[in-house]
Write a protein that binds this ligand. Structure first.
Ligand code: LLP
Length: 416
């Protein structure tokens, strides 16, 4: 367990979280190196002996230390912007092991990716194919491409993070795919290298992933019959984690079930997980500022807010809240909403939790390693918070807390 109580104190690996709060202040994100390595290792073990690549989805956690750690373990990357590509390269990642996804790639991002030697541009529309071909021709290069195909499978997850249905903006329609592959094969400036899909995120049931795999494999076979060779098949990310009472299955079992449907021996298999690698490897450490008992509701006001962790206000997501100093909430303990200082009623990190707390106590918002820091903002002119990576008994500051001055450093007042 990366985060467990020792001598009554919640620790990240061997470091008590109160020590991190003293050294680096609150709020801050705390990650466990061992937990990231363990989760990556589950993928590596499940894919052992196969021609396969795990492309970590950078949008889930883009801290350079996280990316560098995964690059050293042999991971490739899944990116959605020129900014993410720059981060991957700055962290020592390899463009030749990096996939570029997303519906809105700009001309300069496309050129930047081709010039960096990207493994593949995952195309999501016919218009994008034409743009990529034009950009590649202009810079005198061939662009490696795949289509992200929408398999029209219901991932049965939150509608905001379900992406594989016909009504979603993502991917090209299943029925258009063969025509688009033929068109791509006719364009000299593009080289067809693969096929991909991604049906959604936080999937706790293997069935939709297995179903999507079957559909993509069947389609890949039809494309190959048309004489177009596919060097890889990318089955996306999406495997869920346990936040609350979800019954999750081990990564190895889900990947194993998907692999049973892949009988294209020649093709390299790619997965692009994010959350299942970093989600449970991070916590948001926060301090109680005030207790605010009320007639109908009690509030714990903490120093972290919705701008630091958007998931609860955006998706009504549930994150466990643990006191850093172990305390059993007695049966009669008051129930609190944990709220932040931001001026929005939706600035709630957790609802209706039984806690025995006092002002000054430290709390850990659990399972915050994925889509925490990467979705944070400066709303209410709050500097983005520090990030700390624990490695055994050592805690490394891997992102300094932003300064107030940096918040308006790029702004100017006109000379009226
Ligand atoms: N591949 C593609 C093409 C994706 O769009 C995504 C995530 C992933 C891989 C990684 O999915 P994962 O393994 O992390 O489920 N902000 C939301 C999640 C948005 C996911 C977007 N796409 C949240 O906080 O729950």
């Amino acid at each position: 367990m990366a985060f467990a109580y020792r001598n009554g104190l919640l620790c990240a690996e061997d470091v008590p979280l109160d020590q991190i709060a003293r050294a680096h202040g609150t709020p801050c994100y705390v990650y466990s190196r061992a937990a990231i390595e363990r989760a990556y290792g589950e993928y590596a073990a499940a894919l052992a002996g196969r021609n396969a690549l795990v492309c970590f989805s950078v949008k889930s956690n883009s801290n350079l230390a996280v990316l560098a750690l995964l690059a050293r373990l042999g991971a490739g990357f899944d990116i959605v912007s020129g900014g993410e590509l720059a981060r991957v390269l700055a962290a020592g990642g390899d463009a030749r092991r990096t996939l570029f996804s997303g519906v809105g790639k700009s001309e300069s991002e496309i050129a930047q990716a081709i010039e960096a030697g990207i493994l593949c541009l995952n195309l999501e529309s016919e218009a994008e194919l034409e743009r990529v071909a034009a950009v590649a021709a202009r810079i005198g290069r061939q662009a490696p491409i795949a289509f992200r195909v929408n398999p029209d499978v219901d991932a049965k997850t939150h509608p905001y993070i379900s992406t594989g249905l016909k009504q979603n903006k993502f991917g090209v329609a299943h029925e258009d795919a063969e025509r688009l592959y033929r068109r791509a094969a006719s364009l000299p400036a593009v080289e067809v290298v693969g096929i991909g899909c991604h049906i959604g995120s936080q999937l706790t049931d293997a069935a939709p992933l297995v179903e999507a795999t079957s559909r993509i494999v069947a389609l890949a076979k039809r494309v190959e019959k048309a004489g177009i060779r596919l060097a890889h098949i990318d089955l996306g990310g999406g495997i869920g984690i346990r936040y609350h009472e979800e019954s999750t299955q081990p990564i190895g079992r889900i990947v194993g079930a998907m692999l049973e449907r892949v009988d294209l021996r020649a093709a390299m298999l790619i997965l692009d997980p994010g959350r299942s690698i970093v989600g449970n490897a991070g916590v948001l450490l926060t301090r109680v500022e005030y207790l605010k008992p009320g007639a109908t509701k009690n509030f714990v006001v903490v120093d972290a807010a919705m701008n630091d962790l958007m998931r609860p206000s955006l998706y009504d997501a549930w994150h466990e809240v643990r006191p850093v100093r172990a305390s059993e909430a007695p049966a009669q303990a008051p129930r609190y909403d944990i709220v932040g200082p931001v001026c929005e009623s939706s600035d709630v990190l957790a609802k209706d939790r039984a806690l025995s707390v006092q002002a000054g106590d430290l709390l850990a918002i659990m399972s915050a390693g994925a889509y925490g820091m990467t979705m944070s903002s400066n709303y209410n002119s709050r500097p983005r918070i520090a990030e700390v990576m624990v490695d055994g008994a050592r805690a490394h500051l891997v992102r300094r807390r932003e300064t107030i001055e940096s918040l308006y450093a790029l702004e100017s007042v006109p000379d009226w």
